[in-house]
Design a protein around this ligand. Structure first.
Ligand SMILES: Nc1ncnc2c1ncn2[C@@H]1O[C@H](COP(=O)(O)OP(=O)(O)OP(=O)(O)O)[C@@H](O)[C@H]1O
Ligand SMILES: [Mg+2]
Length: 239
């Protein structure tokens, strides 16, 4: 629970992303006001087209708001320079996608290490940290496999190792179980929940599935780019 004196790890004020299509405009998200406390496991719900991916892209620094304010882990993403955003994406957030997005020519260990090496960290440190995550994720026997030689669940666990390699404060997952069967989907959700519990990372999972509902400490529901409801104390709507 967020105490009165604790700064939220995410704060959005009138956060808006309008997509301009030349002849018309679509509000991906529309004047969102909310805060998320550090350490929450938030499930992000809403029908297709409700704005979940748009919101995660803004939180990840992959996209910029059209208007409004967004602060994530003390980084003002509304005013960040391109260089600040590159650092932010690499060091502050870890992203997990439905389609895994692994580098096809790199093996499991190399995929897991890549963001650490791009951040300029020593190879020895990054490799030993990647090996710890790979062990935790049950991928020891797949170290030298290329993505094409992995199952969907193994690819997603590799993507989780990659997302964690730079010790991000926040892990964002966009439909992480969308390409997995229910057993592997459950494993991935439980791993993200364990990460949240033990690593204390703030985790936000956008999903149509109910797999994360019982583990989430909070919920935000979007409809037509706006928040319709949320439960719990941390992800609270602001006036
Ligand atoms: N690049 C884009 N250009 C124009 N409109 C877009 C773009 N990306 C998203 N949209 C629109 O913004 C709205 C929100 O899309 P978004 O992808 O965030 O929804 P979603 O909740 O993630 O949906 P899904 O559950 O299908 O993944 C939709 O109306 C969509 O058509
Ligand atoms: Mg989406």
């Amino acid at each position: 629970m967020q105490s009165e004196n604790t700064q939220p790890v995410i704060a959005a004020k009138k956060l808006t992303r309008i997509y301009s299509l030349g002849y018309s405009e679509v509000a991906g998200i529309n004047h969102l006001n909310f805060e998320i406390a550090a350490g929450e496991l938030v499930v992000l719900k809403g029908e297709s087209g409700s704005g979940k991916s748009t919101l995660l892209s803004l939180l990840a620094g992959l996209d910029r708001p059209t208007s409004g304010e967004l602060t994530v882990a003390d980084h003002n993403l509304t005013r960040a320079s391109a260089t600040d955003l590159t650092h932010f994406r690499r060091e502050v957030v870890g992203m997990v996608f439905q389609s895994f997005n692994l580098m096809p020519t790199l093996n499991v260990l190399e995929n897991a290490c890549l963001p650490g090496l791009l951040a300029g960290k020593p190879f020895h440190d990054i490799k030993s940290k990647a090996m710890e995550f790979i062990d935790w994720l049950g991928l020891n026997s797949r170290l030298t496999h290329l993505p094409a030689q992995l199952s969907g669940g193994e690819m997603q666990r590799t993507a989780i190792a990659r997302a964690l390699i730079n010790d991000p404060a926040i892990v964002l997952a966009d439909e992480p179980t969308g390409n997995l069967d229910s057993r592997n989907g459950q494993v991935v959700i439980e791993l993200l929940a364990e990460l949240n519990r033990k690593g204390k990372q703030t985790v936000i999972i956008a999903t149509h599935s109910t797999l994360a509902d019982a583990l989430a400490t909070n919920k935000i529901t979007l409809k037509d780019g706006m928040i319709t409801d949320e439960i719990g104390s941390g992800a609270r709507r602001c006036p």
